[in-house]
Write a protein that binds this ligand. Structure first.
Ligand code: APR
Ligand code: PHB
Length: 389
């Protein structure tokens, strides 16, 4: 088999890249380790920056999003009984779209089916060969039979646990990592959201987040110990703890109900440099991870896709490799700014085991500055809605 671009990974990065390349006449094959249903069962954040919304439109997959999404002109931050809004629209004339990542992925799969582009599910033991030469190829096993695809380029969109990043030799790669000493326990409940925008809560008992998927489906999180297990947390214990971390007026309005999904995720910042090795390009979680506080995971994947798509189109259209040669530098420049924002908001909103009384005063001063200073709010808003590509 031969194609122009092999995309390893059928998550949002791989699917969005595949769709945008198809629309430019560039052929791709996506190799996905799991089944489509498995991929679509993942519950992930759903805050879309302007850049990603624009790319969904460019990819022709915005119709359902436009019908079902929420437009949020701002977000709320609470600390103990205080609650304030950061109004993106008033400050910078922009907003964010709330639309579950699962729905983004579903729309992209449907679009890929509609154009008849090839996706191979349950592709096992994917291996990338000769990425640093002019004739790379990928091997994998399907139904027990070894397969090979020759290609011009490989896009490593296989997430943090994929094989693409590890294909780049250790002496070429530099990994930067910070593991946070806590996790997020998240639940999905068929209850109306407690507020019309998100609430990021700093409390003496730890962080909490009130989010949503639609007017009947809410998503809540509480900071928890890394040693916690989902089975340690009954629904009742979760709701009690969430209420304790919210301002009273918000807690009093909270509609509780049975969890339909409950999971614990660790928090990590991670970046691997460079994002290119020969004809292999890393994209999305394969190259970087952010703590979910800033809602940047999907959005940093989107800007990678933007830069890589531009580079590949320029190569195939004009035989000009400048976009590919500058991909890693351009993508990393934006990624590190998103890493900073995610790290900064995580530090501002969470309780750390080793925090001193002075540290807590600094954290309080930062939140109060954000509460009362328009310049601080503008900078927060610019980062939250997404810095320019
Ligand atoms: N071979 C083939 N496919 C693989 C392999 C492999 N060796 N390893 C992983 N995959 C697949 C996974 O099954 C998954 O479907 O690659 C896909 C990677 O998707 P994501 O992990 O969702 O990463 P990405 O597409 O970059 O999207 C980033 O997803 O994890 C969230 O917070 C993150 O919102 C961000 C977004
Ligand atoms: C979510 O809705 O899952 C969500 C929203 C915002 C975040 C993180 C998660 O910062």
């Amino acid at each position: 088999m031969r194609t122009q671009v092999v995309i390893v990974g059928g998550g949002p990065s791989g699917l969005l890249l595949g769709q945008l390349l198809h629309l430019k006449g560039i052929e791709t094959v996506i190799l996905e380790r799991k089944t489509r249903d498995y991929v679509l069962a993942r519950i992930r954040a759903g805050i879309l920056e302007t850049g990603l919304v624009d790319m969904m439109r460019e990819a022709g997959v915005a119709e359902r999003m436009d019908k079902e999404c929420f437009i949020h002109n701002g977000t709320c931050i609470s600390y103990e009984n205080e609650l304030f809004a950061v109004d993106f629209h008033k400050l910078i004339g922009k907003n964010v779209v709330v639309y579950g990542q699962t729905e983004v992925t579903r729309d992209l799969y449907d679009a890929r089916d509609a154009v008849g582009a090839k996706t191979i599910f349950e592709a096992e033991d994917v291996q990338i060969h000769d990425a640093d030469r002019d004739a790379p190829y990928v091997t994998f096993t399907l139904d027990g039979a070894e397969q090979r695809i020759d290609c011009d380029f490989i896009a490593g969109c296989d997430g943090f646990h994929g094989i693409s990043r590890k294909t780049i030799p250790d002496n070429v790669r530099t990994d930067y990592e910070k593991v946070f000493p806590f996790g997020w326990l998240g639940i999905l409940s068929e209850t109306p959201p407690v507020h019309d925008e998100l609430i990021y809560a700093n409390s003496s008992r730890g962080f909490a987040l009130c989010s949503m998927r639609n007017e009947k489906l809410s998503r809540y999180y509480v900071q928890c110990e890394l040693s916690d297990k989902v089975e340690d947390w009954s629904d009742e214990a979760f709701w009690d703890e969430l209420k304790r971390r919210l301002p009273e007026a918000v807690a009093d309005k909270l509609v509780t109900g049975p969890s339909i999904e409950k999971s614990i995720a660790p928090l990590r910042s991670f970046v691997s440099e460079p994002m290119r090795w020969g004809r292999l390009f890393l994209c999305g979680d394969a190259a970087h991870i952010v703590p979910p506080t800033g809602a940047k995971g999907l959005n940093t994947a989107a800007s990678d896709v933007h830069y890589l798509k531009e580079g590949l189109v320029r190569y195939y259209k004009d035989k000009d490799s400048e976009g590919l040669d500058s991909y890693s530098e351009k993508a990393l420049a934006r990624i590190w700014k998103a890493e900073r924002f995610s790290w900064s908001t995580t530090n501002m909103l969470h309780r750390f085991p080793d925090q001193s009384a002075f540290d807590l005063k600094m954290q309080r001063a930062e939140i109060e500055s954000l509460h009362h200073n328009e310049t601080a709010q503008t900078w927060f808003a610019q980062n939250y809605v997404g810095l320019p590509y």
